[in-house]
Design a protein around this ligand. Structure first.
Ligand code: BGC
Ligand code: NOJ
Length: 819
């Protein structure tokens, strides 16, 4: 069943009933201030860092799901209801939620009172805006009491959830007219406060949660809206909230609009106070004056719309150019939602979602480099500085902190390091950046090692250390040592953890000097040639020769010890035993090494690549995507770690771990198998499962990290939407390898690999200062191969389009078929 539909013209997903199978959310904010916003107005917001600067409280894993948000209680002639459905689960005569690019709109109606909420984070300011309009659709006058409600978080979200002996005594607020200030800890070491305001006179307010709700009441039965009158409570300790009471008189057909603003304000240390104990409100005044009218809010929303229109204009797919009806799903994902999700991963990394608490994980070294592949074409300058931030957390020996904190940009000691794939992803990210922009100057930037300026060296040297780290850390088969784990965080071959509850990610890890990863070897063989190429192009010919020799050595090792007869081996454990080989009882075959080895071109010439991908299809494929391994581990294995800790079919233990499905997609295009490539793409693409939402449960407009695999009782159910490397890799697979528009060092390579019954397509691609309007004609029914290309009407040799950098639109016509 469907719970909504795509409005492609508006770039919105329209949710038509509030009781979605899971909260379906959107992200507001694209600079410093971010909000999670569900289809029932649930969620929370923060400035810069989801853990340290949280404005509103959110309880995870809550009952009922998704309670807590920005709520409006309406009292209409003794009938109290919540127009966003939650938290009262009010019966609504009408309901719709539109999630758009950086904004969401909820509209509903009950007993002739219509409600509309438009929520967004404006560009340039640190605040959430909620423009609320009430309309009287009934025939008689209405006298409405509206109560706003938010619950403040005491800033440090981790402390807020745990340190009650302190927290219950520190909450402080200030109230001035319709402005409610949350100033907990401002008296001491904080220079910032929050303000929750409305651009209309308030009849009253509440700032103490217990007074507003009643101690034993939930958000669904707050006593104040039922009583019809605010208490003017001033929080002192306990749980500060912000609630306005607004009286609204509406004649029939009359509408009134209110602009609610939740802002984050900072003062310089020496200007904190207006007078003793009274905060300096200058920044709040400035902010609130700016958004004081509905027109001002509309203008800010229009600016935000223009920002997204421009951004998503960098790569578009023309749906009308597609011959097969279902391909519209690909068009809306590749052209809009997939890229939108990539921007969200740029902003959030893995910190704040409805599956990530925002207090646990920082920015991953590996994750951030891969995320870059999905947004470098959208925000190349920001990708550049992201690369420099990431590289600064690398150690002098080339290894890296596994994570860093966005606020401090420093490596995270609690998580440590030792994931031996990490260094190589830096090469992958930098190569993608250079191919996109042609900007080699980034290589000369001086970047600290271990965040220590004294250890700074050029970014090029960082790449060399990355490359050399793999070269110098090999095991008995000449394959890279795995360390704590590789891309698969759960393949913990050196941990031997027997203590319940111990984190596999941080527990003691000894270096056996034996456990090796075929995946790291394949990643090396895939990114190594880009490193060599970068060396050549920057007059480092000797280094290029050295790199090519090492790539050859690594490829030989894969050929010798990484091939199992019908597929690629996955790893060797600390005893030197195969993982992902026929002799294994469980875990005979894994997806990762097969996808990546073929991506690296291994076995393409001698038939092994075909065999490997056929084996993947035979053993790992399912209706909903390719599972990570088979057979699933039935028991916990000390020598394997977390991968064997999950029940069969979930997560890394044979779940459909969507992140690496596109590796197989890309690999299939390298073999020219367009039909199969597209099939692997579509299976995990959420838009293709829109009418299967009761099973899939998560948003049909974003990828999830995992879909339960065929061994799981809930086969087909998705978990962990939004913050996943799946976003970047699927975008790479569809845009660069299936539609085949791929930045390379010298220009834009055109190399589509599509199903033969796809008659062609049109995409536009912004690239190094020009727009390429590319129309591919596949009336020949090919899967791969180009017969001819014309550029602006003239025949073009080869399939790399030149760099024009002239701010113009260039018309490219591609005829597929045998050359
Ligand atoms: C998950 C992995 C994740 C890791 C991060 C594990 O429990 O299964 O997917 O990468 O935690 O800490
Ligand atoms: C999620 C992590 O964020 C990512 O770094 C890792 O590669 C995958 N899980 C697989 O374990």
């Amino acid at each position: 069943m469907q719970y909504g539909f795509f409005d492609d013209d508006a770039k919105e997903y329209v949710i038509t009933r509030p009781d979605t199978p899971y909260p379906w959310i959107n992200y507001l904010g694209c600079e410093e201030f971010f909000s999670l916003f569900s289809n029932t107005s649930g969620g929370y917001c923060f400035c810069r860092d989801a853990r340290m600067l949280r404005l509103t409280r959110y309880r995870y894993n809550n009952v009922p799901a998704d309670s807590g948000g920005r709520y409006f209680y309406l009292r209409d002639n003794n009938d109290v209801w919540t127009p966003s459905w939650m938290p009262m689960k009010s019966k609504l005569d009408r309901y719709e939620c539109r999630h758009g690019m950086g904004y969401s709109k909820i509209s509903s109606c009950r007993n002739g009172l219509a409600f509309k909420q438009v929520s967004f984070v404006p560009l340039g300011d640190n605040c959430e805006i909620h423009k609320v309009t009430l309309t009287n659709e009934s025939g008689s006058e209405k006298n409405i009491d509206m109560f706003s409600f938010i619950e403040f978080c005491l800033w440090n979200a981790n402390d807020d959830m745990t340190n009650f002996q302190r927290n219950f005594s520190i909450g402080e607020v200030e109230i001035e007219g319709s402005r409610i200030y949350h100033k907990t800890e401002y008296r001491e070491r904080r220079n910032h406060y929050a303000v929750w305001s409305v651009n209309a006179p308030a009849a009253g307010f509440d700032t103490d949660r217990q007074t507003f709700l009643g101690l034993y009441n939930g958000f669904d039965s707050p006593q104040t809206p039922f009583s019809g009158k605010a208490n003017n409570s001033v929080a002192s300790g306990w749980a500060p909230i912000g609630s306005h009471h607004i009286k609204v008189k509406l004649a029939p057909n009359e509408s009134k609009t209110f602009v609610f603003t939740l802002g984050f304000c900072e003062n310089p240390q020496d200007q904190k106070w207006e007078k003793p104990g009274i905060i300096n409100k200058t920044p709040a005044n400035k902010l609130l004056e700016k958004y004081n009218t509905a027109e001002a809010a509309d203008k800010a929303l229009a600016e935000l719309n223009a920002y997204w229109k421009n951004l998503l204009g960098k790569f578009t797919v023309d749906a009308s150019s597609l011959s097969r009806p279902d391909d519209i799903k690909m068009a809306r994902m590749a052209g809009v939602w997939n890229q939108y999700q990539c921007m969200v991963t740029f902003n959030m990394s893995r910190s704040a979602s409805y599956f990530e608490s925002g207090i646990g994980r920082g920015m991953g070294f590996r994750d951030s480099n891969q995320d870059l592949l999905g947004f470098v074409h959208l925000v190349p300058e920001r990708a550049r500085s992201r690369i420099l931030d990431i590289a600064a957390t690398q150690f002098p020996d080339g290894s890296a902190y596994h994570q860093y904190q966005p606020l401090t940009k420093r490596g995270n000691n609690e998580i440590g390091s030792g994931f031996n794939d990490d260094p190589l992803w830096l090469i992958c990210g930098v190569a993608a950046y250079i191919k996109e922009t042609g900007d080699y100057s980034i290589l000369d930037e001086k970047v600290p090692f271990d965040n220590d300026e004294k250890l700074a060296d050029t970014l090029f040297i960082h790449l060399k250390r990355s490359f050399d780290f793999t070269v110098t850390h090999k095991g008995p088969h000449g394959l890279p040592l795995i360390g704590r784990a590789d891309w698969n965080d759960c393949l913990n071959l050196n941990c031997f953890s027997a203590t319940p509850g111990e984190s596999f990610q941080t527990t003691a890890n000894f270096e056996s000097g034996v456990a090796e990863s075929v995946l790291i070897a394949a990643i090396f063989a895939f990114v190594g040639p880009d490193y060599a190429e970068i060396c050549r192009r920057t007059n480092r010919a000797d280094e290029a020769v050295y790199a090519e020799k090492e790539i050859k050595t690594m490829t030989d090792a894969i050929n010798l010890h990484g091939w199992d007869g019908d597929w690629f081996v996955r790893a060797y454990d600390a005893y030197g035993k195969k993982i992902g080989g026929k002799e294994c009882d469980d875990g005979k075959i894994f997806i990762e090494s097969n996808g990546f080895a073929v991506m690296a071109g291994i076995g393409v010439d001698d038939g092994r690549a075909v065999k490997a991908l056929d084996s993947v299809k035979e053993h790992l494929d399912s209706k909903y995507g390719i599972v990570l391994l088979q057979p699933a581990y039935k028991n916990y294995h000390l020598e394997l770690g977390e991968v064997s800790s999950y029940p069969p079919g979930y997560k890394e233990n044979a779940g459909i771990f969507c992140h690496n499905n596109p590796w197989v997609t890309i690999a299939e295009t390298m073999l020219g198998r367009g039909k199969r490539a597209f099939e692997t793409y579509a299976k995990i693409c959420p838009a293709y499962r829109e009418d299967d939402s009761d099973l899939r449960r998560l948003e049909p407009y974003v990828y999830a990290q995992m879909v339960a695999g065929k061994d799981a009782p809930r086969f087909g159910e998705a978990k962990n939407s939004w913050l996943t490397g799946t976003a970047a890799w699927t975008f790479v697979s569809i845009s660069q390898y299936i539609l085949g528009v791929r930045p390379v060092f010298d220009g834009l390579l055109i190399d589509p690999c599509i199903p033969s019954d796809m008659k062609g397509f049109t995409v536009t691609r912004h690239f190094r200062g020009s727009d390429y309007h590319i129309t591919a004609d596949n009336s020949a029914g090919a899967e791969k191969g180009i017969k001819s290309i014309t550029v602006d009407g003239k025949a073009h040799q080869g399939n790399v389009l030149p760099v024009f950098n002239d701010g113009k639109i260039h018309k490219i016509t591609v005829i597929m078929g045998a050359h």
